[in-house]
Design a protein around this ligand. Structure first.
Ligand SMILES: Cc1ncc(COP(=O)(O)O)c(C=O)c1O
Length: 372
C-alpha cells in the first residue's frame, strides 16, 4: 500500500484504505451544476470559494460549469492554485504583510488577480507591490456587514475607494460577506441577518457612487444565504464554497424555501477496528476530520459518533439499530468540510456510489496546508 494515496484508479470502493477522504463524484457533479444553474437563472456571476476544496481540478470544473473564477483566503492558496493552472483568482481577504503582497503582485503578472482591502495601509502597500512588479489587480473594498470581523463601516468605504483610484488601480466594487449568517439555523434568522447586511452594503455603495466613483459589483454570500443575496438585487456575484461538499453542519440548517438542494459529496471512509460490548471503534479521529463545528454524522446508520481522540471514533447505539461489526466500513460525513480537507493530501474520487462504485481518479489537494 502506498503511503501517499489510499487507493489507485480502478480500485473498487472496498479496496480504499482507511481513513480516506472520498468524493462521491456523481453527487459533486450534481452540486456543481445546481449552483451554476442557479447563478445563470438569476443573471449572477458565480465565483465559488476554493477555500472549501483547495483543489485545482474542482476549481477547473467550477469554471467549466460557468464560474468566472474562484476565491481564496490566503496568498499561499492563490499561488498553489495558480501554479496548478487556475487563471482567475480573487483573494477575498485582507493581506497586510509586504512579502506576501510582493508574491501576489508577481502572481498578478501571470493570472487575473483581485484582492480585498479594508485599510489605507493595505491599499498603499498593495499599490507599492504592484508598482514594483509592474502588474495590476482589481481591488474590492470590504465592508463589515454584520460579522464583526474584517471590513470597514459603510461610510468609510468611499475614502478607500478614492485611495484605490488615486493609485491608478481599478476599484472593482465592494465585498459584503456575512460569515456568521451562514449557519444561523432557521431561514427567518438568516433572512433577518442578510436584510441588515444588504442595507449596510447599499449604504456603502451609495456613499461611493455619490462621490462619483463607479461601483461595478457587490460580491459576497455563502452556502447558507446565497438565495437571499441573489434576491436582494444588490449583489452581482456569489462566493459560496461549501455547496460542493455539504458538510454535516450545513445539513443541520433548516432549508431555505426554493433553494437548490445540495447533497453530501465528501465522506471519510473509516473501518471498525475494535468492538466492545456496548460500542465499536472506527479508525478515524480528529486527525482525519475537523471537529470545530461538531462531530461527524454516521452515514446510513442510526448510531451516535462520540469523540474518541486523535485516531479513534466511538460509535454508540442511539435506539434499537445495531452497531456495525468488526471490520465493517463506516462512512462519516464531516462536521465542517474546509478544515477537514486541509488535513488530507488527496481526494479519492469515486464514480458509481459508495457501495458499488470504483475509484475514477485521485485528485491532489494542492493548497492543503496553505495557511499563509
Ligand atoms: C469571504 C468568504 N466568502 C465566501 C465564503 C464561502 O462560504 P461557504 O463555504 O459557507 O459557502 C467564505 C467562507 O468562509 C468566506 O470567508
Amino acid at each position: 500500500m502506498s503511503i501517499a494515496a489510499a487507493a489507485r484508479v480502478g480500485d473498487p470502493v472496498a479496496a480504499i484504505a482507511t481513513p480516506a477522504l472520498v468524493v462521491d463524484l456523481d453527487a459533486l457533479e450534481r452540486n456543481l451544476s445546481r449552483m451554476a444553474e442557479f447563478a445563470r437563472m438569476h443573471g449572477m456571476r458565480l465565483r465559488p470559494h476554493a477555500k472549501t476544496h483547495k483543489c485545482a481540478e474542482i476549481a477547473r470544473r467550477q469554471v467549466a460549469a460557468g464560474a468566472v473564477g474562484v476565491c481564496v483566503q490566503k496568498a499561499s492558496e492563490a499561488i498553489a492554485l495558480a501554479e496548478a493552472g487556475v487563471g482567475d483568482i480573487y483573494v477575498s481577504n485582507e493581506v497586510i504583510d509586504e512579502a506576501k503582497l510582493h508574491d501576489l503582485a508577481a502572481l498578478a503578472g501571470r493570472v487575473k488577480l483581485s484582492i480585498a482591502v479594508d485599510s489605507a495601509l493595505g491599499v498603499d502597500r498593495l499599490a507599492e507591490a504592484l508598482k514594483a512588479a509592474g502588474s495590476t489587480a482589481d481591488v474590492y473594498v470590504e465592508v463589515d456587514v454584520g460579522h464583526g470581523r474584517c471590513g470597514v463601516a459603510p461610510a468609510a468605504a468611499v475614502a478607500l475607494a478614492h485611495q484605490v483610484v488615486s493609485h491608478g488601480l481599478r476599484f472593482a466594487g465592494l465585498q459584503a460577506y456575512h460569515g456568521r449568517a451562514q449557519h444561523l439555523r432557521t431561514p427567518a434568522e438568516r433572512e433577518s441577518a442578510i436584510r441588515h447586511a444588504v442595507s449596510l452594503a447599499r449604504a456603502a455603495q451609495a456613499s461611493v457612487t455619490s462621490a462619483g466613483i463607479a461601483c461595478p459589483l457587490v460580491t459576497g454570500a455563502g452556502t447558507g444565504t446565497f438565495v437571499l443575496e441573489a434576491a436582494s438585487g444588490l449583489y452581482g456575484e456569489l462566493q459560496a464554497g461549501s455547496y460542493v461538499f455539504m458538510d454535516r453542519d450545513y445539513a443541520d440548517n433548516h432549508a431555505t424555501p426554493h433553494a437548490p438542494v445540495f447533497e453530501h459529496a465528501l465522506f471519510l471512509k473509516s473501518q471498525v477496528m475494535s468492538a466492545g460490548s456496548s460500542h465499536v471503534v472506527v479508525d478515524a479521529g480528529h486527525k482525519s476530520h475537523a471537529i470545530d463545528s461538531g462531530l461527524p454524522r454516521v452515514h446510513g446508520h442510526d448510531v451516535e459518533f462520540v469523540n474518541g481522540g486523535d485516531e479513534h471514533g466511538i460509535l454508540r447505539k442511539r435506539g434499537g439499530a445495531p452497531l456495525p461489526a468488526l471490520g465493517d466500513t463506516v462512512w462519516l460525513i464531516p462536521g465542517h468540510c474546509d478544515p477537514t480537507v486541509n488535513l488530507h493530501e488527496h481526494y479519492i474520487v469515486v464514480r458509481g456510489g459508495l457501495e458499488a462504485g470504483r475509484v475514477e481518479a485521485v485528485w491532489p489537494i494542492e493548497a492543503r496546508g496553505c495557511i499563509r
